[in-house]
Design a protein around this ligand. Structure first.
Ligand code: F6P
Length: 356
């Protein structure tokens, strides 16, 4: 009997998910003659037994498509599963269903889904992880997650567009980008898009320092300023801002800090300030060429691990070489921006303020 490999996509979607599914299926069929099945909507599809056969036909033409043909959810943790009016541990049922249909599971996800994958692995399920997230916050050597490049390219384009309108109206414009508790998208897009101020969770800010930067620009007759605000940024001694969520089991939802910053800057400087939340536009659409390649490498590498039965690992790159990292390591906290990194120091050297 052919080896059967199950795949699911979990957590927030990211550009490149379809590219990775395609690479997994093609490598499985062409290289190893395995059968691949996909559970729909992450672990929810496992609990509800929603699955499809994945063939070369299903994955044809999906390389440039955003989203995931398998669907996803960032709720529905099988260890803490909402049933009617309470949470239940459905992990045993989940393992039994996967084992009924496949010999192993590839979890394509960020820290949440990979964490669930690791817990299932510890309960005896053969699991391989495939790292995705626009947040780039997984602890994987020095490699990026696919989705990140597309997200910050989009945020950079947004900054380019905001630049001309902010300049025409002499406004302060605050652009809020995603990234949860890590400032990668803000840092990269801020550098690439020529921001004047970048606010990231790793460096708590002070309004006076942002205003100093705005005044410095005014002294040089620059009557507008661009501020990139990571959704998890916070003032010194303050807290991150969360939105209400009406969905049971949803993770905490960050958002709203750019508006707070814009209002405060308007109040202090007396100059017009506006805020824009880029939101899910960063997650939608076609992956960049870089993300397509990364996703393809990860997908094929995940299948190679299945062939070697090297379970309990996440595929990763180290200096462009595929180097698996133990799930235990990859899911131990998140990777945040090092405040003394070359990127941060370079930004400072060219005059970008971090509000500190
Ligand atoms: O983890 C990816 C991410 O886009 C974060 O940057 C963001 O905080 C979160 O997901 C938003 O999730 P949702 O799709 O539930 O709004």
């Amino acid at each position: 009997m052919k080896k059967r490999v199950a795949v699911l996509t979990g957590g927030g979607d990211a550009p490149g998910l379809n590219a990775v599914i395609r690479a997994i299926v093609k490598t499985a069929i062409r290289q190893y003659d395995y059968q691949v099945i996909g559970f729909l909507d992450g672990f929810k599809g496992v609990i509800e037994k929603q699955l499809i056969n994945l063939t070369e036909k299903n994955v044809s033409g999906i390389l440039p498509r955003g989203g995931t043909i398998l669907g996803t959810t960032n709720r529905d943790n099988p260890f803490h599963y909402w049933v009617n009016d309470r949470y239940e541990d459905k992990s045993d049922q989940c393992i039994a269903t996967i084992k009924e249909h496949a010999d192993c599971l590839i979890v394509i996800g960020g820290d949440g889904s990979l964490g669930i994958g690791y817990d299932l692995f510890q309960k005896g399920l053969p699991v391989i992880g495939c790292p995705k997230t626009i947040d780039n916050d997984l602890r994987l050597n020095n490699s990026q997650t696919f989705g990140f490049d597309t997200a910050y390219a989009y945020a950079t384009e947004a900054l380019d567009r905001l630049h001309s309108t902010a300049e025409s109206h002499h406004r302060i414009v605050c652009l809020e980008v995603m990234g949860r508790n890590a400032g990668w998208i803000a840092l990269y897009s801020g550098l690439a898009g020529g921001a004047d101020v970048i606010l990231i969770p790793e460096i708590p800010f002070r309004y006076e320092k942002i205003v100093d930067k705005i005044n410095e620009r005014l002294a040089h007759n620059k009557k507008f300023s661009l501020v990139v605000v990571a959704e998890g940024a916070m003032p010194e001694g303050g807290e991150a801002i969360y939105q209400n969520s009406s969905h049971e089991g949803s993770p905490l939802r960050l958002g709203g800090i750019a508006d707070v910053v814009a209002n405060q800057l308007e109040k202090i400087t007396g100059r017009e300030a506006r805020s824009i939340v880029l939101g899910h536009l960063q997650r939608g659409g076609s992956p960049t060429a870089h993300d397509r390649i990364l996703a393809t490498l990860y997908g094929a590498a995940a299948m190679d691990l299945v062939a070697k039965e090297q379970y309990g690992y996440v595929v990763s790159l180290d200096n462009n070489q595929v180097t698996p990292v133990p799930l235990a390591e990859a899911t131990k906290g998140i990777k945040t921006v090092a405040v003394d990194s070359d990127l941060v120091n370079t930004a400072r050297k060219i005059g970008i303020s971090f509000g500190d």
